[in-house]
Design a protein around this ligand. Structure first.
Ligand SMILES: Nc1ncnc2c1ncn2[C@@H]1O[C@H](COP(=O)(O)OP(=O)(O)OP(=O)(O)O)[C@@H](O)[C@H]1O
Ligand SMILES: Cc1ncsc1CCO
Ligand SMILES: [Mg+2]
Length: 274
């Protein structure tokens, strides 16, 4: 998958400005992940400046992780302005399904027209599909592989956006086709799984990486590239680290160290139409 390697190289060459309206937990995490990859992050959520920032940005990441009235207002303003300007937005519906507020705000943002990609775990995307009650917190989703593929396709159709349902297998759909980004062999997958479960905000990192790729690629490719980048970097990090703290640090190192050729090879081996 040559385009995957080229997408990574384009991010590094063009350093897209990624405007993040995101949660307090991951502001630092995702800013550093974007920088390590080679993009240029700015975190800003004041309603007085979000429209101006959207105008300057190459892409926008909207993450509802620590929502309140002010965040909601800023996010609506940003998504509407992005829609007017044709700037791509990725929505991370953190905790949709856990409370009515999160489900309602995520669904509303998805309906405003500016959102090009939605990335969430199984419970969050189920909530957007109208299946409430599957999410308890932000990291407790039960993953149902057989349903994940259908869910990605259905929500992509309903929301007219590319939808990524992440988990052990990640499914990405544009409403027409579905792609799977497959996990490594069981020994690798088990090691990664053990570690990703014990670090907060890694789903938010995947969404931010998709934001970086949205600055240089179309939404379907950006979603596949963001997920592939995270999966490869997390496997490399898990080879070198045995515990959550060092794994987290190694993840940043590998976002910096990944090479286009290796990412292209990863794509050949692991990305399949599903
Ligand atoms: N069981 C698993 N095995 C291997 N990798 C996994 C597993 N679950 C998730 N991942 C990886 O973690 C990434 C983040 O996905 P996940 O679905 O955990 O996000 P999330 O629930 O939104 O996370 P958070 O709320 O912590 O930000 C996925 O793209 C995938 O690569
Ligand atoms: C733990 C947590 N709580 C709200 S947002 C967040 C980060 C993971 O999405
Ligand atoms: Mg999440």
């Amino acid at each position: 998958m040559d385009w995957l390697g080229k997408a990574l190289e384009s991010v590094r060459a063009r350093k897209p400005l990624v405007h993040n309206i995101t949660n307090f937990v991951v502001m630092n995490t995702t800013a550093n992940a974007l920088l390590a990859l080679g993009a240029s992050p700015i975190m800003a959520h004041s309603p007085e400046e979000v429209e101006e920032l959207v105008e300057n940005a190459d892409s926008v990441v909207v993450n509802i992780g620590t929502l309140d009235e002010s965040f909601t207002y800023s996010m609506i303003k940003a998504v509407l302005r992005a829609g007017e300007l044709g700037k791509p937005v990725i929505l991370d519906p953190v905790g949709a399904g856990a409370t009515r507020l999160r489900t309602r705000v995520a669904s509303h943002l998805a309906s405003l027209g500016g959102v090009r990609v939605i990335r969430g775990n199984f419970g969050e995307i189920s909530a957007l599909a109208g299946e409430l009650g599957r999410t308890r917190g932000v990291d407790t989703a039960t993953y149902d592989e057989a349903r994940a593929r259908e869910l990605a396709l259905m929500v992509a159709r309903n929301c007219k956006a590319v939808v990524a349902v992440t988990g052990k297998v990640d499914y990405v759909s544009d409403g027409v086709k579905v792609y799977a980004i497959n996990p490594g062999p069981p020994s690798v997958e088990e090691r990664v799984e053990k570690l990703v479960r014990r670090v907060t905000g890694l789903g938010c990192v995947v969404s931010a990486l998709i934001g970086a790729y949205l600055g240089v690629e179309n939404p379907l490719r950006a979603a596949i590239a963001g997920i592939a980048t995270f999966k490869l970097a997390s496997e490399k990090a898990a080879e070198e680290a045995s515990y959550p703290g060092s794994f987290h640090v190694k993840l940043y190192d590998w976002l910096y160290r990944l090479e286009g050729d290796a990412l292209a090879r990863f794509g050949e081996e692991r990305v399949r139409e599903a």
